[in-house]
Design a binder for this molecule. Structure first.
Ligand SMILES: *Cc1c(COP(=O)(O)O)cnc(C)c1O
Length: 405
């Protein structure tokens, strides 16, 4: 009798959840690099297609390695069903386009990952879907926007890169009253630090590219929700449009999950210490980290999340020039727009990830030219601090101090 996985604790689920062994009894998850499947006979093929028998049909629809990853993700998230996709953006796109139709209305927090912002602001209106942006931290704006009937709410908390927190239970209640489903992009929190489904969300999406792989190797996405929505709404979209993840990437991600809790725990501890170090440095004008006493939404962050995450955002004096001087002087921390990697990475959002949204929108989000986003890796935190000190020492002193955008 196999053990009931729902009785297992989270760290155990990360290692053993969803494992399906073949007749060979392999220890590690098998990698099924197959596009199709064969049937015993024509009758079995018929029964599979008319739904009376369960059998894999074609890897665009389902694949055993993906099934193992999806079941493991369900166990960690506490979700009924999961579908994986080739990238995080394919997951966001599938969640939105499978649910919406012309004439619908979407309300989203403004502080979204760049491509998510593009889907809501540019793609959806092309298909006759109205989109409205609000300041995610301002419940009055959510209330005003959700006075009108709405079909879907999309938000990210903590947000990229300013680590703004959205009050999940409050927004979910208003969204449901307006008739909307709530889709939460939970990348920054990871499934270990925050469980949106327990706070009113209907759908959770991930870029598995980030902490779930966590070692900068493969792209991937995941969508988790109630079984009925996944079966009736999402699965036909995925089956027929093909944003499917490769089995190889699913296999790599299964390996990533085995160490997720070790990596996220270490990353959060290091990030907290590094935020404290940066806050005490004279070259830093401000630090954002969700669970710090100086974060404007600290209480909310502590209520929704069990730790602050692995990203620290900070501002250096001297605007873009100051930020570039610091980043170019780092020897250990690499300049890269990725995050959630075991290697520490820094980004200058104003000239990269958030360049396209324009200066006015950046100002609304608080992304000044001196802002740097640091994704804390698994190096010794003392070495990361030494490198930060090296970078900050390279910033030339400015007259007065500039926080202007
Ligand atoms: C990276 C990221 C995405 C997109 O994921 P990809 O795997 O790069 O397609 C979406 N949302 C957030 C918050 C992200 O960090």
């Amino acid at each position: 009798m196999p053990i009931d996985p729902s009785t297992l604790r989270p760290a155990t689920r990360l290692v053993q959840g969803g494992v399906q062994r073949t007749a060979h009894g392999e220890t590690a998850e098998a990698l099924f690099l197959t596009s199709g499947y064969v049937y015993d006979d024509a009758e079995q093929a018929e029964a599979t297609f008319n739904g009376t028998v369960e059998h894999y049909q074609y890897s665009r629809f389902a694949n055993p390695t993906l099934t193992m990853l999806e079941e493991r993700l369900c166990l960690i998230e506490g979700a009924e069903a999961c579908r994986t996709t080739a990238t995080g953006m394919a997951a966001v796109n599938a969640a939105l386009l499978s649910h919406l139709k012309a004439g619908d209305r979407v309300v989203a927090s403004r502080a979204l990952f760049g491509s998510c912002h593009w889907i809501v602001s540019t793609l959806l209106p092309k298909f006759g879907i109205e989109s409205v942006f609000v300041d995610g931290a301002d419940l009055t704006q959510w209330r005003d926007a959700l006075r009108e009937p709405t079909n879907l709410v999309l938000l990210e908390t903590p947000s990229n890169p300013m680590l703004e927190i959205v009050d999940l239970p409050a927004v979910a209640a208003m969204a449901h009253a307006a008739g909307a489903i709530v889709v939460v992009d939970n990348v920054f929190a990871t499934p270990l630090l925050q469980q949106p489904l327990t706070m009113g969300a209907d759908v959770v999406v991930y870029s598995c590219t980030k902490h779930i792989d966590g070692q900068g190797r493969v792209l991937g996405g995941a969508i988790l929700a109630a079984r009925k929505w996944v079966t009736d709404v999402l699965q036909p979209f995925i089956r027929n449009t093909g944003p499917t993840m490769s089995a190889f990437n699913a296999w790599v991600l299964l390996k990533g999950l085995e160490t997720l809790s070790l990596r996220v725990d270490a990353g959060c501890r290091a990030a907290e210490a590094i935020a404290e170090f940066l806050a005490g440095h004279s070259g830093v004008t401000r630090v954002w980290y969700p669970t710090r006493a100086d974060h404007p939404q600290r209480d909310l962050a502590m209520k929704q999340m069990s730790a602050g995450g692995t990203v620290v955002t900070f501002e250096v004096a001297g605007g873009k020039a100051g930020a570039f001087q610091a980043m170019n002087a780092f020897q250990l921390i690499a300049v890269s727009n990725n995050l959630g990697d075991s290697k520490s990475l820094v980004t200058h959002p104003a000239t990269t990830t958030h360049m396209r949204i324009g200066e006015a929108e950046r100002a609304k989000l608080g992304i000044s030219d001196g802002v740097i986003r640091l994704s804390v890796g698994l190096e010794d935190p003392e070495d990361i601090k030494d490198d930060l000190a090296r970078g900050l020492a390279a910033v030339s002193p400015v007259q007065g101090h500039s926080r202007a955008v």
